[in-house]
Every structure is written in C-alpha cells, then in structure tokens.
Design a protein around this ligand. Structure first.
Ligand SMILES: [Zn+2]
Length: 364
C-alpha cells in the first residue's frame, strides 16, 4: 500500500514533472511565437499584398494578433504617426463639436473668436498680420469685441433662425474621416482581409468628409436659392457615392492606383469651384466679405493639392529610402495637411454662416 502510494506518488510527481516540462516548452514556444509575431519586419519580408511603399524600408507590423495590433497604437513603428496625426485631428474636431453643442451662444462665439462682422475691420487673421505687438491685449480686445453676435442665429429678429445642423454635418464628416483613417492605419496590418476592408473604409471616410464639407457652405450660401442648393448638394452626393463605389473595387486599393485615387479625391474637392464661383457672383454686391470665405477655400484647395502631391510622389522618402520610416514620411505630411485644410474649410464655413446671418431674409 505504502509502496503503491509511493509509486503513485512518484508517478504523480513524474507526471507532474513531465507536464510542467511540457507546459514550459509550450510557454517558451508561445513566447517565441509572440516575439516573432511582434517583430517589426523589413519591406522585403512582407507578403505581396502589404508591399505598398518600397521607400519605407523597415518597421512594419505584419499579421500580428489583434490584441497586439490594438496595443501597437502606443508603440513605435512606421504607422504610429499616421495613426496619431488623425487621432489628434479627430480630437480637434470633437472639441469644435463639443464647443458648438455646449456653449450658450455656440456658433456665434466661434465666429466671434475668429472673425469680425462684415463692415467692421476685417477678420481676425488679417488683423493679426497688421498688429503683431501687444498680442495679449489684442487677443483680449478682439475676443471681447466680437463675442456678442446675435445676428448669426437670427436673420430676422427671433423668428428666422439659421439652422446649425449643416455645420454639424461637416464636423461629423470630418470626425468620421479622421477616425476611419486612424483605424485603417492601425488595423490594416492584421491580415489580407483587414487590409482590403480598412483601406476601403479609409477611402469611404475621405469621400464622406468631402461630401460633408460641401454641405454647410452650399446650404448657407444658397439658402435663398433652394433649387441651386438642391442641384449642388445632389450633384456632390451623387459624385461622392460614385467615387466610393469605384474605390471599393479591390484592385484599386493597390499601390499602382495611388495617383488614380488621389485624382478622384482632387476632382471631388475641386468640383467645389463651380458653386464657389456662383456664390461669389450672388454675394459680390451685398457682401464683399464673401471673398474672405473664398480666400479660406483657396487656402484649403492649395493644402489639399499639396497633400495629394506628397501622397502620390512619396516625397521625401523617395529621396532617402529608409530615412523617414518612423518620422517625416509623405503620408504623415499628407495627414497633417488634410487636418489643416479641414480647419481652413471650417473657417470659410463660419464666415459664410456669419455673412448669411448678417443679411436680411430671402425676398421671395
Ligand atoms: Zn492615411
């Protein structure tokens, strides 16, 4: 009995020993596997579908388990800044939305912070150029002077209120684009399926932001011309939807179609020249201030065009492959330009809202 017990005990011990050796081995294998999976790869080691930009030489995450993909938002690799540039962009537009929703006099305060009313001494940015000394006093003065702007929400006394929802449509579109982009840069490395899905989500986000960008300025500028408003909004929505359908073709996600994709987005963006010219003609006599909005839109156009230029040319990494893997690659510059361009568009939209609010109600 004793013997048996001892034997059983020994057998248990040895079984336990074997088990622990096994589990040790399994653990080591798992750790090795994880280490391997978390290793950053060079361009040559990537599967075909991930080989997009040969000038980014190293620091690729490739087919990592989802948990590590999620955690990689806080680690350094060649997509870190691509993720964060648009996360910061998302935070900026979220703040704008929160301010617009929570402040008492919402949009008028936003306008008040950046612009003066038509007929006063010009927008804040112009004045900033004129007055460069005593900046603290200047900011305080301009802030205090421009806060009370009742006209923006009330065209004709209290009865005719300018709706704010088109402004929120734009902010929503911008946030959607930024978040889709960040998610795409984070998750596309997980698998071929994710790669195809998330890059198409990114293109859909860009198209949505372009469509939503058109919404507010057209809505406000053509508020007295409902047919033109409907025509422009229907055209850009149709064009945008067509762009999304085209870009969803899996073949167009490849590097070969980089220029084609950039051109589709640019064509969508620059089709805004037509309603912009139309609005300038409509407002020219009554409100020369429309030119300020036009100025911001031109700045936006330049920024988007410059962004598309970086995106397609892959400058500067083309000049020194491998030198910009982590910081300074074309795609990061493109992301920053997109955020700044969207802010320029916000400024233009606020000017148009302010201008519309300062005009009398429609004649007919
Ligand atoms: Zn991107």
């Amino acid at each position: 009995m004793k013997q048996r017990t001892r034997t059983t005990g020994n057998a248990d011990a040895s079984a336990h020993g074997v088990e622990s050796v096994h589990s040790d081995r399994n653990n080591k294998r798992a750790t090795k596997k994880m280490k391997f999976q978390q290793k950053l790869l060079k361009f040559e080691s990537l599967p075909d579908y991930m080989q997009d930009n040969e000038f980014i030489r190293d620091h690729y995450r490739c087919e990592w388990p989802l948990k590590y993909v999620v955690l990689s938002v806080f680690s350094v690799h060649n997509e870190t800044l691509n993720i964060w540039t648009h996360l910061v962009g998302f935070a900026i537009f979220l703040c704008l939305t929160a301010v617009s929703l929570t402040e008492k006099a919402t949009v008028e305060n936003l306008v008040g912070r950046f612009f003066s009313r038509p007929g006063t001494d010009g927008p804040l940015m112009m004045k900033m150029n004129k007055k460069t000394n005593g900046s603290d006093a200047f900011f305080l003065e301009s802030y205090l002077r421009h806060i009370p702007k009742p006209s923006i929400l009330h065209v004709n006394g209290d009865s005719d209120v300018i709706p704010k929802w088109p402004w929120f449509v734009f902010l929503g579109g911008a946030m959607c684009c930024m978040v889709c982009s960040s998610l795409a840069h984070l998750f596309a490395c997980h698998s071929r399926r994710f790669y195809l899905f998330f890059w198409r989500l990114d293109y859909a986000g860009i198209s949505l932001m372009i469509i939503c960008s058109f919404f507010a300025p057209i809505y406000y500028a053509f508020s007295c011309h409902p047919y033109w408003r409907l025509f422009y909004l229907a055209s850009i929505t149709g064009f945008g939807s067509l762009a999304v359908v085209t870009l969803f073709a899996p073949a167009l996600s490849s590097g070969r179609f980089r220029s084609f994709r950039a051109n589709i987005f640019l064509a969508m963006g620059f089709s805004g020249v037509i309603p912009a010219a139309h609005a300038v003609i409509l407002y020219w006599h009554n409100s020369p201030h429309i030119l300020v909005a036009l100025g911001y839109e031109i700045v936006m156009g330049f920024l988007y065009a410059a962004g598309a230029g970086f995106y397609t040319s892959r400058i500067p990494e083309r000049w020194r492959p491998g030198a910009f893997d982590i910081v300074g690659q074309s795609h990061q510059i493109f992301h920053v330009l997109v955020v700044v361009a969207a802010l320029a568009h916000s400024a233009a939209t606020l000017v148009i809202m302010d201008l519309r609010g300062g005009l009398p109600a429609c004649d007919g």
